[in-house]
Design a protein around this ligand. Sequence first.
Ligand SMILES: Cc1cc2nc3c(=O)[nH]c(=O)nc-3n(C[C@H](O)[C@H](O)[C@H](O)COP(=O)(O)OP(=O)(O)OC[C@H]3O[C@@H](n4cnc5c(N)ncnc54)[C@H](O)[C@@H]3O)c2cc1C
Length: 362
Amino acid sequence: MIYDLIVIGGGAAGLVVGNLAKTKGFKFLILEMNKAARKIRVTGNGKCNLTNLDMRPEYYNDDFVKDVIYSYPPQKVISFFERMGVKTKTVENRVYPYNESALTVASFLIKGVQENLIEGYKVESIKKLEDIFVINDEYKAKNVFFATGTDATMGHDSVSLLKAFGHRLVPFKPSLVWLKTEVGYIKGLNGIRAKAALSLFDKDKKIAVERGEVLFKKEGVSGIAAFMLSAYVARKDGDYSLSIDFAEDMTATLLSKYPLEGVVKKEISHNIFKQARDRKISPEQAVKDFRLKIIGLGERKFAQVLSGGIDLGDMDPKTMCSKLVKGLYILGECMNIDGQCGGYNLHWAFASAMAAMESISK
Ligand SMILES: Cc1cc2nc3c(=O)[nH]c(=O)nc-3n(C[C@H](O)[C@H](O)[C@H](O)COP(=O)(O)OP(=O)(O)OC[C@H]3O[C@@H](n4cnc5c(N)ncnc54)[C@H](O)[C@@H]3O)c2cc1C
C-alpha cells in the first residue's frame, strides 16, 4: 500500500498532522519510536502551556516564523483543541487546557489517530525512489512529514536522517535551561531562592532583562528568568555575564539605610560583601549589580528546547516543504526555530503542522 503521507514522530507536531489528515480523509500513518506524546505529558510542569495570545516573531530566534504565526495565530490553535473537545483557558496571555492537565492534551491528540499510529517503531532510513518515499525499506508514501523534535529532555535527535537529501544542519545547543556561571561568588548558595531582576550582558552591551525567581545551583543559576536569558546565550556565541539586581525597586541610597541582611537573605549577603570588596564597590552597589560570568549552558537532558536544527534556508517558510525534496515537509522543533518560554514552542509545533497540512490539502 502507498500512503498519502507518513508522519515520522508522534509528538506535538506529528499528532496535529495526524488529526488533520484524518478529518481530510488522507491515507496516513504515524511512526513513533517511543510512546506518542511523551514530551507533551511533561510540558508546563504538567499543565501544558499550549500557546500565547501575545504572539510575535520577536519571541522566536528567526522571523522565518512570520508567515506561519500570522496565518495560524493562537486563536486557530485554541479552536483546533476546542473542536477536539479540549476546553482551554487563558492566564495572563498563556493558554492552558481548562483542567491544567497535559495528560488530557496528550490523550485527546492520540485518541483521534489511534488506528493510524505505530508506537515503538524507530525510523532509521528514508529513501526516495522516483516519486515515492520508502521508510526503513518497509512503508511507502507520497509525502513524508518529518516531526522528530530534538533530544532536549526525553527527546531523540534524528535530523541526520535528512543529511542524505542534502539538508544542512545548524548545530544544536540547549536552550530554556539553567546557566552555568563561575562559582567563586555563588559558594554556599546551592538551593537558595530570591526574587530578582537579571540582566544579560555581552561584554558591556546589555542584551536583555528578565525578572522572576532565581534559584542558585552549585554551578550556576536557574529559575524562569535565567531560562529566558539562556535562549540568547544559546543562539549566539558571546562573552556573556549576568548582572543580578536583588532589590530592583530600591535605590543604592535607600539600601544604605538598612543592614544588608535586612534586605537580602543572610547567605546571599556574605557573597555580596565578598564581591563588593573584590570589585571595590559599595555593598549597596553589589546588591543592585551582582555580577556572575556565564561559562556555559545546562545539559540537554534538562533543556526545554534546543536551538539549532535543520537549516531554514532549505525550507519554504509558508508551506514547511523542503526546497530540496518535493513532498518532504519538516515541522516543529527539529528545524532551526526556538521560542521563548510561554507557549511559543508548542505553538510553533502546532502552527507549522497546520501550515504544512493546508499546503498538501491544496
Ligand atoms: C520539560 C519541558 C516542558 C516544556 N513545556 C512547554 C510548554 O509548556 N509550552 C511550550 O510551548 N513548550 C514547552 N516545551 C517545549 C515543547 O514540548 C517542544 O518544543 C515540542 O514538544 C516540540 O514538538 P515536536 O513535535 O517538534 O517534537 P516532540 O514533541 O519532541 O515530538 C517528536 C517525536 O518524534 C519521535 N522521534 C524522534 N526520532 C524518531 C525516529 N527516528 N523514529 C520515530 N520517532 C522518532 C520522538 O520520540 C518524539 O515523540 C517543553 C519542553 C520540555 C522538555
